[in-house]
Design a protein around this ligand. Structure first.
Ligand code: FNR
Length: 182
């Protein structure tokens, strides 16, 4: 079977981030031929158009990883009904300069975890809008909103909610199908 490479982008820079746990749990559920590397955006500098012709090393590295991947999974928290500024900042870098937008035509899956009852859905819809302009090829279904995230993981960080695990397996299966049909 074809080896598939995924890049997981964690939209939270928090030490005990549920979105990082969510990405890690997706990693545990992946079939043997699919590998995922999680990248952290904490050290991505603030985007400034003046700097985009000489990209910061971390941005260059992450763009290369995305370019070489078959798809990207973005995990986002919800901050004030939207996705965090640090994530927008990183995505802006990845689309620049305009003749080297590594998100363009790249397959993507979006997931979110939030301590609230809607699981980050409002953040995801705003993120989808941004990815539309970036021309990412975003998986539509199933949507993964991990609500009440503080109750969905064990102390060891394993997802313990059966409904969420079922949905995550369907998400992985649809994402892999989309990659294979590409
Ligand atoms: C939040 N949180 C939150 N949750 C939600 O469901 N809707 C919201 O609008 C917000 N707004 C919000 C704003 C700010 C500034 C913070 C810090 C938090 C709660 C948030 O989803 C929760 O802290 C998650 O745990 C964040 O994700 P990580 O860091 O655990 O991955």
């Amino acid at each position: 079977m074809k080896e598939i490479k995924l890049i997981g982008i964690n939209g939270s820079i928090r030490k005990d981030s549920y979105n990082r746990l969510l990405l890690q749990n997706i990693g545990f559920l992946l079939p043997d031929n699919v590998k995922m590397e999680i990248v952290e955006i904490k050290d991505v500098p603030i985007y400034n158009p003046d700097d985009e012709n000489i990209l910061p090393t971390i941005v260059k590295d992450y763009k290369e990883k995305i370019r070489r991947s078959d798809a990207v999974i973005i995990a986002t928290p919800e901050y004030n009904f939207s996705f965090p500024g640090v994530l927008k900042n990183a995505l802006d870098w990845f689309t620049r300069p305009p003749n080297d937008n590594v998100l363009q035509h790249k397959i993507a899956g979006i997931v979110s975890a939030s301590s609230g009852m809607l699981g980050g859905s409002r953040a995801q819809y705003q993120l989808r809008q941004v990815l539309l302009y970036s021309e990412m090829d975003v998986l539509s279904k199933p949507e993964i909103f991990i609500s009440f995230a503080d109750k969905k993981f064990s102390t060891g960080g394993k997802i313990i909610d059966e409904t969420s695990i079922k949905l995550l397996n369907a998400f992985i299966s649809n994402l892999v199908d989309k990659i294979n049909k590409n």
